[in-house]
Design a binder for this molecule. Sequence first.
Ligand SMILES: [Fe+2]
Length: 203
Amino acid sequence: MLLNRQSFGDPVNAGNLLSREEAETLLQSWVPNPRLQLHMRQVGYLLRAWAKEKLAADETLQWKWEMAGLLHDADWDQWPDLHCSKIIEELENRRIDPEVIRAIASHGPAHFGVEPVTDLDKMLYAFDELSGFLHAYSLMRPGGYAGMDIKGVKKRLKDKTFAAGVSREDVTDACNRAGLELDNLIQFMIPHQEYITQQWQQQ
Ligand SMILES: [Fe+2]
């Protein structure tokens, strides 16, 4: 749904984040679907890893990035018609940092009508669609993520019948907005997504 607004949260709440336990409780109570939970954990971990490795972010900033990914689809499972206004309002009511809320609001500019502006906005958008695509690809490979390479991912991206729900236009648009080559994005994502997926599948 179009959000029909461009301002999210209150600047006085800058720096206010949920604790990991609070975010986990919200995730568990709002998202019964384990597949969607995994997707959100994958995107959260990718954002954490990006902040750490590319931006030398401290632990607090890493968590801020992770939290945006961890909660970006929190309302999709039970309230798809309200996606993503319900989670935005929840985080506004909890007085969360407006940058986290804005990132969630701009994770699908074509759907929500909010432009990604900050690095966090852009990376959440970039990781979101491609993360789901990589996971779909892993499920059809005998070894899952093991041995996955850029060439294979790009071949599947060209096959419009594969994971047809993933918008190739959004993938390209997200890379352009983030100023990233698709190859570099995929290269970063494969090992990190393999790691976090294994972590959760072992539980
Ligand atoms: Fe998502």
